[in-house]
Design a protein around this ligand. Structure first.
Ligand SMILES: [Zn+2]
Length: 75
């Protein structure tokens, strides 16, 4: 077993705290994420019957477990 001395270890250096990101830079990404979340929620919750965008049951079946997980009425 090798005997490692403490002095061979690198000394810790102080890392400056990151500067906060300005709200002006975060806002477009927050809006983009919110729009994506609403679109995803639409496809999980309302993509069937009269409100369906795509015909058929493929989208409904793809997100079927998500519907039950989030408590949307299904069957
Ligand atoms: Zn179901």
């Amino acid at each position: 077993m090798a005997n490692v001395s403490v002095s061979a270890l690198p000394t810790p250096t102080a890392v400056p705290a990151p500067t906060p990101i300005p709200l002006r830079q975060i806002l477009p990404w927050a809006i983009f994420g919110a729009v994506l979340a609403v679109v995803l929620l639409y496809f999980v919750g309302a993509e069937q019957g009269v409100t369906s965008v795509f015909s058929g049951e493929s989208v409904h079946e793809f997100v079927h477990d998500g519907r039950h997980l989030l408590g949307f009425p299904c069957h």
